[in-house]
Design a protein around this ligand. Structure first.
Ligand code: MN
Length: 145
């Protein structure tokens, strides 16, 4: 499930984790602020032994009433949650990565096109929803409930 992640990266040239698959009974989430060609926030949710990932072009909603586009990206390995640092020029996603928030994740509802979950972070706390746009499989709406 992380083949796509691996295929995009040259691990001799970036210090991002190569990744191993494992599962845990205390799922986590992380948001990484990624200052690449465009600044964005990578929302990652631990599901099925990987980090399901979405790129959010603007700051994730702290309060209800703010809706954000979230573009689904490739699954990342679980140990990516701890990654911070600089991805060197010439590599996929070159730029700085900083952990912006993290904490425990509780999935409350899971459908193919809709996820409801509880986040227990420093900034993101409470119930959040991701809803897939009809006919646009990569594009989701992300908001706090
Ligand atoms: Mn990114």
């Amino acid at each position: 499930m992380i083949e796509k992640y691996k295929s995009k990266r040259n691990f001799g040239s970036t210090n991002e984790p190569e990744g191993e698959l494992k599962s845990s009974d205390k799922p986590i989430f992380v948001v990484q602020k990624h200052d690449a060609s465009h600044l964005h926030f990578d929302l990652r949710l631990e599901m099925d032994g990987v980090l399901k990932s979405w790129a959010v072009p603007k700051e994730p909603p702290i309060k209800p009433g703010v809706k954000r586009l979230a573009v689904q990206t490739e699954d990342h390995p679980l140990d990516y949650a701890d990654f911070e640092g600089v991805i060197p020029e010439g590599n996929y996603g070159a730029g700085t990565v900083e952990r912006w928030d993290a904490g425990l994740l509780k999935i409350l509802e899971r459908k193919d096109d809709r996820l409801v979950f509880e986040l227990d972070g420093e900034k993101l706390r409470g119930e959040y929803v991701l809803v897939q746009f009809k006919g646009q499989p990569k594009n989701w709406l992300f908001f706090k409930r």
